[in-house]
Write a protein that binds this ligand. Structure first.
Ligand code: BG6
Length: 481
């Protein structure tokens, strides 16, 4: 079997990592606009006040805000059928709790979607991708506060109504399961915090912190379920999905303790999907909360809301896999959200992320077996250092190898019977890294001339992978050479 003929080949970005224009045309500042580049201790710093002597990569991004026509034309040249983009909440509601939307923000995305439609590119829109209005953090302690549900639904209502004839595919929250980990405290949860290094401050796993995370996550589940219901009422054609950071976890060896540890971690993959796809908390929740020593507030009616807001499809990011073992001496490895033990059978990227295409096939089968609804891989790719040759060409064969390996395994998964409907590799155009704030960690088919310090012309150029991916799309995944 081949890729289905209407398979969505495309690419993915997020507003905070590409748009720039952080305070133009009425936009407010989001939590991400308070994250510096990764200059200090390799960590991005979070600052409550925007400091004039610090560098904040999202403020300029790659200037997609002013160059989107050129960028979308390049995506069209590659033959994209889908473009995953997120909306900057603060472009629409600058403070998050405003009564009325910002017209200029609405006009911008309308124009972006129209540009996509011009080339028959289907937009896939993430409603919230690490772009929480800073005001909601400062005033409400982010998603710990139930009021965020209403603010989010007002925002969704505006988007769904405004773009009901331009957008069909939506994702409610990017990598919603990040909120179960400390890395999600700032970017996903928007919890109030002191200035400090963003990757490590992800506040310690105290009982209170765990309670806050799961309470905030419950609020996002309710918000997502309400959004699904509302979206279907506004346009019954809408297809609204969840988005989970896909961690594939293996036992390090056949020691039953390792197997149980790996299973426990895989269940964390399923925790959010179960709520969003099946409309209820999974069977292992009670024991998990008991072991954490926490309980969360679930209001009357919440259980019904979850049941009535099941998603139409499942989507995931997938970059790497890890192992689990009870052996404390085993070598550790880490990605941006995923941590575990090194797998001796796998190679790793320049940033140490373990490359495992077969893990994708394994995970897709596990997910489809569990949920039986269409799946999209909406992020995947290799963050690598690219060299620009004297003639301007960029020979990124390592990126091609990475993607080829994963596409082959997606094909295997389709042959296994998985209903896979789309693939939008991450950072189809070079963009700011979320974990390190760097530019030199590049994922794109399109090179953007900008360095870690923010210098460069911002000019776009085609890498070897650009021409390769174009052939892949034109042959519907047949020609991977
Ligand atoms: C995903 C995020 O976790 O990984 C993206 O959804 C992010 O926003 C991507 O950019 C790659 O991670 P990084 O840290 O290399 O930018």
């Amino acid at each position: 079997m081949d890729f289905p003929k209407d398979f969505f080949w495309g690419g993915a970005t997020a507003a905070n990592q590409v748009e720039g224009a952080w305070n133009e045309d009425g936009k407010g500042d989001s939590v991400c606009d308070h994250m510096t580049g990764g200059a200090v201790d390799k960590h991005r710093y979070f600052t409550n006040k925007i400091q004039s002597d610090a560098y904040y990569p999202s403020h300029e991004g790659i200037d997609f805000y002013h160059r989107y026509k050129e960028d979308i034309a390049l995506f069209a040249e590659m033959g994209f059928r889908m473009f995953r983009i997120s909306i900057n909440w603060t472009r629409i509601f600058p403070n998050g709790d405003d009564e009325n939307p910002n017209q200029k923000g609405l006009d911008f995305y309308k124009s972006v979607f129209e540009e996509c439609r011009k080339y028959d590119i289907e937009p896939l829109v993430t409603i919230s991708h690490y772009e929480l209005p800073y005001n909601l953090m400062e005033k409400y302690d982010g998603w710990t506060n139930r009021k965020c549900i209403d603010f989010y639904i007002r925002y969704c209502n505006t988007l769904f109504t405004e773009y009901k004839n331009l957008v069909k595919y939506w994702l409610t929250f990017n990598e919603i399961n990040c909120l179960t980990m400390s890395v999600g405290d700032i970017l996903s949860g928007g919890f109030k915090c002191e200035d400090g290094p963003a990757q490590v401050m992800g506040l310690p796993d105290t009982k209170e912190q765990l309670r806050k995370r799961y309470q905030a996550l419950h609020h996002q589940f309710i918000a997502s379920a309400k959004a699904v219901k509302l979206g279907h009422e506004i346009n019954s054609e809408f297809r609204i999905g969840c988005m989970i950071a896909g961690g594939c976890v293996y036992p390090y060896n056949c020691n039953p303790d390792d197997v149980l540890l790996a299973q426990k971690d895989m269940r964390m993959n399923y925790f959010c999907g179960d709520v969003q796809v099946r409309g209820e908390y999974p069977y292992f929740t009670k024991r998990m909360f008991d072991e954490f020593g926490i309980s969360i507030a679930i209001e009357e009616g919440d259980i019904e809301i979850l049941k009535n807001g099941k998603v139409d499809f499942y989507s995931l990011s997938y970059y790497m896999s890890t192992c689990r073992t009870v052996d404390e001496k085993a070598l550790k490895t880490t990605g941006n959200v995923i941590m575990g033990v090194k797998n001796p059978y796998l190679k790793a990227s320049d940033w140490g992320w373990q490359i495992d295409p077969k893990g994708l096939r394994y995970l897709l089968n596990e997910l489809y077996g569990r949920y039986q609804i269409p799946i999209m891989v909406v992020e995947n790719g290799l963050g690598a250092i690219d060299k620009v040759e004297v003639d301007g060409s960029i020979h990124d064969s390592y990126r091609i190898d990475y993607l080829r390996g994963h596409i082959k395994q997606m094909k295997e998964a389709i042959n296994d019977g998985v209903d896979l409907i789309g693939f939008t590799p991450w950072g189809c155009i070079d963009l700011v890294s979320i974990s390190t704030g760097e530019m030199k960690k590049r994922y794109g088919f399109i090179y953007v001339d900008k360095d870690n310090a923010g210098n460069g012309t911002l000019n776009r150029s085609r890498k070897d992978s650009f021409y390769w991916y174009k052939k892949v799309i034109a042959s519907n995944g047949q020609n991977l050479t």
